[in-house]
Design a protein. Structure first.
Length: 318
């Protein structure tokens, strides 16, 4: 088992090379189509004034370091996509797996690693993690995974709590994890947005963000929200939980319609922006994926019924 982990870690280091520090690019937003000059305005509004579908105000700055082609040969390969390969080789180029098989041609300048007697697996993808938001050591000053101040906190983003220097990241990489999704905790009905990260050294969380990965929305049902908020104004029961979800989705659907109309015709002043409803509206548009925390099968069935009522899909239960 130690051999497998060691080789998985080796693959991880090559396949997910460290991110270079780079200046964050300007926020990426969809064009509003409004090019009209407004002389009366003393200040030009930034993109944060508008609610645009698929807006990306904190884009990834991940860039792999240059690396030499690397060949790992004479290994048993577990491909995770079919039968294992005995006596196989893996070629890594430009930070990615370029070829896998029993006969792989490597360039003359490739670094060659003889892995006779060892095993190689793909890097692991952890779909549910709290690393960075609950860094080690576990002290109150760094406990940033649950915004347990109200039941609906879809406006918070997990990436704004991630500590890139969390010592758990290199340990994760050593265990073969190359990519992970960091989610908020499960105290709230709606806990906030998740973020997908590459497990690489970086000064900023943007330097770790997986380019092009969609955001997720953490939801939680059952005992957690009612336990946290039962003596803080509710919900106090499971039926209170469900009423809370439905109320939020009704508000989000009205918000989505207002903004979709304004983004289509730009007539009049734009609606007021609401970070909470904006995240939920993006779920309704299919741009954010729901990750739902549940304990019981009947609760999962209820959450699926709610998703049908409001026209969104739940990507995964956990």
């Amino acid at each position: 088992m130690r051999i497998v982990v060691a080789l998985a870690a080796a693959i991880s280091v090559f396949a997910c090379t460290p991110a270079k520090a780079s200046q964050a690019p300007a926020p990426q937003v969809a064009s509003t189509g409004d090019t009209t000059a407004h002389p009366k305005d003393s200040v030009t509004a930034g993109p944060g004034a508008l609610s645009i579908p698929n807006a990306n105000p904190y884009p990834s700055t991940y860039k792999p370091f240059p690396s030499k082609p690397t060949l790992i040969k004479n290994v048993t390969i577990f491909t995770a996509a079919g039968p294992h390969i005995t006596g196989g080789s893996v070629l890594l180029r430009d930070g990615k797996i370029a070829a896998v098989g029993t006969s792989v041609n490597a360039p003359a300048d490739a670094v060659v690693i003889d892995g006779t007697g060892k095993f190689v697996t793909p890097g692991f993808i952890d779909v549910h993690s709290h690393i960075g938001d609950y860094p080690a050591p576990g002290v109150e000053a760094n406990s940033d995974g649950n915004e347990a101040t109200r039941p609906v906190t879809a406006y918070v983003w997990a990436e704004h709590s991630v500590w890139p220097q969390d010592p758990q990241f290199p340990r994760n990489l050593a265990g073969g994890v190359t990519t992970l999704q960091v989610l908020p905790g499960s105290a709230n009905l709606f806990g906030g947005r998740s973020v997908v990260l590459k497990v690489v050294p970086s000064r900023t969380v943007q330097g770790m963000k997986f380019p092009g990965a969609k955001y997720g929305l953490k939801m939680a049902c059952g005992e957690n929200p009612k336990r946290v908020y039962g003596n803080k104004g509710g919900p106090q029961t499971r039926m209170g939980n469900v009423a809370g979800y439905r109320t939020a989705w009704i508000e989000a659907e009205a918000y989505r319609r207002k903004w979709d109309k304004w983004n289509a015709d730009h007539k009049g002043d734009p609606p007021s922006r609401d970070l909470n409803l904006e995240t939920l509206a993006e779920v309704l548009r299919g741009n954010i994926l729901v990750h739902n925390h549940c304990y019981r099968a009947d609760e999962m069935a209820q959450m699926i019924d709610i998703s049908h009522e409001f026209g969104y899909k739940i990507r995964v239960f956990h």
